[in-house]
Design a protein around this ligand. Structure first.
Ligand code: S6P
Ligand code: ZN
Length: 191
């Protein structure tokens, strides 16, 4: 076990910026073109409008040891790809028995979850929402508002991330914009 000195991080609720991030990850459309239902539209945007920042993560680097509690902020920009709201890649935890807590800082979002047994869940999040991702639930967040959607995540260091299952199968539900409102629809390409 690594002995770490206690520390505090200042978090900007509107941008998700951390006072001294250990890492910053930018996810652009080109990193996840295949994840949007309308791949033709994703490709058209890339070709005609150029690449687009979808979301950014700023986090605290900690050793992947039992008892360490990594935490980070995520900012998802507003917008859609062929009507499908901007979203994170989404993942299961590699250790499925590890859960997570999300806390809304600003904007409006949906926390989309599913299990490998076929259960699904969509929870609305705003500033002040504390959402629980129980063990065994894959999770993806979606911006359903006109402003940045920003939230803070806290998990256990050994949870790990399994992106491959979602890259292969997708999510059972899609979040689409219809007349400016977010609606949950079945993903015809799931699996
Ligand atoms: C980590 C946690 C979040 C996400 C972040 C980006 O376990 O669930 O911090 O990493 O919101 O999403 P993704 O799917 O690209 O990791
Ligand atoms: Zn997670």
């Amino acid at each position: 076990m690594t002995l770490i000195q206690p520390f505090v991080t200042e978090v900007d609720f509107l941008s998700g910026a951390l006072s001294s991030p250990g890492y910053v990850i930018e996810r652009k459309l080109s990193d996840m073109t295949e994840m949007y239902a309308d791949r033709d539209e994703a490709t058209r945007i890339l070709t005609e409008e150029g690449d687009r920042l979808i979301y950014e993560v700023q986090g605290i680097e900690l050793p992947a040891e039992e008892g360490q509690i990594p935490h980070c902020s995520t900012r998802i920009l507003p917008g859609d790809i062929g009507g499908e709201c901007h979203m994170t890649k989404g993942h299961y935890h590699a250790r499925r028995e590890q859960g997570e807590v999300y806390f809304g800082l600003s904007g409006r979002g949906l926390l989309l979850m599913q299990t490998e047994d076929g259960d699904t869940s969509e929870l609305e999040m705003v500033a002040g929402s504390a959402a629980y991702v129980p063990p065994y639930w894959a999770h993806r967040t979606v911006n359903i508002g006109a402003e940045d959607f920003v939230f803070f995540s806290v998990w256990e260091a050994r949870a790990g991330h399994d992106y491959g299952t979602i890259e292969r199968d997708g999510f059972r539900k899609l979040i689409m914009l219809r007349d400016g409102e977010a609606v949950v629809v079945d993903n015809p390409k799931y699996g």
